[in-house]
Ligand binder design. Structure first.
Ligand SMILES: Nc1ncnc2c1ncn2[C@@H]1O[C@H](COP(=O)(O)OP(=O)(O)OP(=O)(O)O)[C@@H](O)[C@H]1O
Ligand SMILES: [Mg+2]
Length: 264
């Protein structure tokens, strides 16, 4: 396994205890790596185990078999080296945007001046400078999700884990958020693992797509969108028009359909 790799998933299986002696094998013998500073997208049909894999990376679930390693250390629970953004908005409504973004740093004991400076930087990065002193309830869904992203990034995680972070947003806001994430990845060098079942989102964001098959979730295919030539392009229209985009989308659709049928 490569030295530079930040996150390694090694022969991971997860069985859930359903009670009454029954277990459900959600994830079976999955291995892959998420390279440092890369964007990895976990894709696959509903119920294939994407959230379970992400939650194990976060340390919120424990693998039944195998190990998850981050920077060579075994993941044994949640930690500051990983930050998680959920689908539902998780900002604190009684605190201003600025206080929300400072919250984690306060818990971690960062000095006030550093907190203020970092909060400013990340609020600016997600384009909310004008709204730093308003409350989340006064913001749109997309803006609230940007607060959650800024708050998570302000804690300086090595890895940002996101579970369908834009699932609740309308299409146009979603595109803007996707473009924002490419920008954030470029500017902060944060490694990202993003769960989605949106093919377009996967192709646009991913340096690598990890496609999981369903029931139990196994690694079906690892795909690097070759048409991007290893570059990130923070402009949706440009990407969808590139040679190779359509072919990759068709390929992923085929995989989705195969797996969807397998479930019935
Ligand atoms: N806490 C749990 N207890 C028992 N079974 C669980 C638990 N969490 C997940 N599962 C099961 O594990 C399988 C994978 O679930 P998971 O939520 O990881 O899928 P997913 O790929 O994220 O799906 P979706 O796209 O719908 O969010 C499902 O069959 C689900 O019922
Ligand atoms: Mg899920």
């Amino acid at each position: 396994m490569s030295e530079r790799s930040t996150l390694q998933i090694r022969d991971v299986s997860k069985a859930f205890d359903l009670g009454g002696g029954k277990t459900l094998l959600a994830v079976q013998e999955i291995s892959f790596e998420v390279e440092q500073n890369s964007i990895c997208v976990l894709l696959g049909p509903s119920g294939c185990g994407k959230s379970t894999v992400l939650r194990m990376m976060a340390g919120l679930e424990t693998p039944s078999e195998g190990d998850i390693m981050i920077g060579g250390r075994k993941v044994e629970g949640p930690g500051q080296d990983r930050g998680m953004v959920f689908q539902a908005y998780t900002s604190f409504d009684w605190m201003s945007v600025r206080k929300n973004v400072e919250f984690g740093m306060r818990i971690n004991g960062a000095p006030a001046a550093e907190r203020a400076e970092r909060a400013e930087r990340f609020i600016d990065l997600v384009g909310l400078s004008k709204f730093a002193d308003v409350y989340p309830s006064q913001l749109s869904g997309g803006m609230r999700q940007r607060v959650a992203i800024a708050r998570t990034l302000a804690n300086d995680p090595e890895v940002l884990l996101m579970d369908e972070p834009f699932g609740a947003l309308d299409a146009e806001t979603r595109w803007l958020m996707q473009e924002l994430m490419v920008d954030v990845a470029e500017q902060t060098n944060t490694t990202m693992v993003i769960v989605t079942h949106d093919l377009e989102e996967a192709i646009f964001l991913a340096d690598k797509i990890v496609f999981l098959s369903s029931h139990p979730g196994r690694l079906k295919e690892e795909i690097k969108p070759a048409f991007k030539n290893g570059k990130r392009i923070a402009d949706k229209e440009k990407v969808v028009k590139m040679d190779g985009y359509g072919d990759l989308e068709a390929h992923l659709m085929r995989l989705m359909r195969e797996e969807g049928r397998g479930r019935e």
